[in-house]
Design a protein around this ligand. Structure first.
Ligand SMILES: NC(=O)C1=CN([C@@H]2O[C@H](COP(=O)(O)OP(=O)(O)OC[C@H]3O[C@@H](n4cnc5c(N)ncnc54)[C@H](OP(=O)(O)O)[C@@H]3O)[C@@H](O)[C@H]2O)C=CC1
Ligand SMILES: C/C=C/C(C)=O
Length: 324
């Protein structure tokens, strides 16, 4: 018998999540039956989408990287997987929901990156750029929440592709990190006197592409800065996730008409058939030093709600993960 800890939601979020919305539970897990495996979490992911997954009453859905500590012929003891079994220290699975970690994962690369740059957020960046925007060499790209898990990879891939990259982020330390990564221009959207002026100054010629992670006010100000025929990949809208009352207007349609913009929402799982090849490609960039990784690591399973709320507050530079 294993004692498993899990975080459950006891009250639906009302605005920004609170400690009292979460409860830690402990239960005894049965021994795995034939075909099942017992998993122990190594790293757990906290992601913005969990704000609205919880809201949609699916608290069990979240990605975790886990070491396998029991039996199933397909998942021998000691192998590593990415699973979707929620905020749990241990779980029993029949293997159907498990994704084995890439076969030749280098021993000097932390498995936590399977939740970040070499995982879902990295794939989101890649597919947003290649499948949605079709970003071309010498184009100018704007990305917001640029120092986060998705945003920093967006900027780095755009640099690999020979583009000019402008990033906005919410602290001076984040802006310094973006410059370190090779962003051509970066600014702190919380302290610039005018967001419109900051966007104009960073790219007086305008933007061919916007990788949209934030939505709301930022989007309203950024759209008029797009070039005619500009393309916008709507990846996220984090500035609205904690709203009790939906934000209303100004509406984008007139700007979209006069600028003849193309805007497409997407989720990365649309291209999951490409994941094995894409992950290999990104791992190669990482090994060649073209893709750099930074993580914001919170230690201890008991600190998962704190890590999640910190992510929504903007505490993280790079991918926010919890090391169990
Ligand atoms: N479509 C898809 O398939 C996917 C979409 N996403 C979306 O991508 C976006 C980025 O996700 P991810 O990289 O994992 O998260 P991040 O690592 O970027 O963390 C979230 C960041 O968002 C910023 N933020 C938080 N609140 C606000 C706010 N009110 N206004 C502006 N910025 C805010 C903060 O950075 P700062 O200090 O700069 O404000 C914070 O660090 C999210 O919108 C997410 O929902 C993520 C994965 C897949
Ligand atoms: C899978 C993640 C989706 C968003 C929008 O965060």
């Amino acid at each position: 018998m294993v004692q498993a800890k899990s975080w459950v939601m006891v009250k639906h979020f009302d605005g920004f999540p609170k400690d009292s919305d979460f409860q830690l539970k402990v239960e005894e897990l049965p021994e795995p039956k034939d075909g099942e495996v017992l998993l122990e979490a190594v790293f757990l992911s906290v992601d913005p989408y969990m704000r609205w997954v919880f809201w949609n009453k699916l608290p069990e859905y979240c990605k975790t990287a886990e070491t396998l500590s029991s039996k199933n012929p397909a998942f021998p003891v000691g192998s590593h997987v990415v699973s979707h079994c929620g905020w749990r220290s241990h779980s029993v699975s029949d293997g159907a929901d498990l994704i084995p970690i890439m076969a030749d994962w280098p021993s000097d690369v932390s498995l936590s990156l399977a939740l970040g740059t070499i995982g879902m957020p990295g794939l989101t960046a890649l597919y947003g750029i290649e499948e949605v925007l079709g970003l071309q060499k010498n184009e100018t790209l704007l990305v917001n929440a640029a120092a986060g898990a998705v945003g920093n990879v967006v900027g780095q891939i755009a640099k690999i592709k020979g583009c000019k990259v402008v990033g906005s982020a919410g602290s001076d330390a984040k802006v310094a990190y973006l410059r370190e990564l090779g962003f051509d221009e970066a600014f702190n959207y919380k302290t610039v006197p005018s967001l419109e002026e900051a966007l104009k100054k960073a790219a007086p010629e305008g933007y061919d592409c916007l990788f949209e992670n934030v939505g709301g006010y930022f989007s309203t100000v950024a759209l008029p800065q797009m070039k005619t025929f500009g393309r916008i990949a709507v990846c996220g809208s984090i500035s609205t996730y904690n709203d009790g009352t939906p934000q209303t207007g100004p509406y984008p349609h007139f700007t979209m008409i006069v600028k003849q913009l193309k805007m497409e929402g997407f989720t990365q799982n649309r291209w999951q058939h490409k994941n094995p090849e894409s992950l290999k490609r990104m791992m190669a960039w990482l090994k060649e030093g073209k893709l750099k990784c930074r993580e914001h690591v919170t230690k201890g399973f008991e600190n998962m709600p704190a890590a999640f709320m910190g992510l929504l507050r903007g505490d993280n530079i790079g991918k926010a993960v919890v090391a169990v």
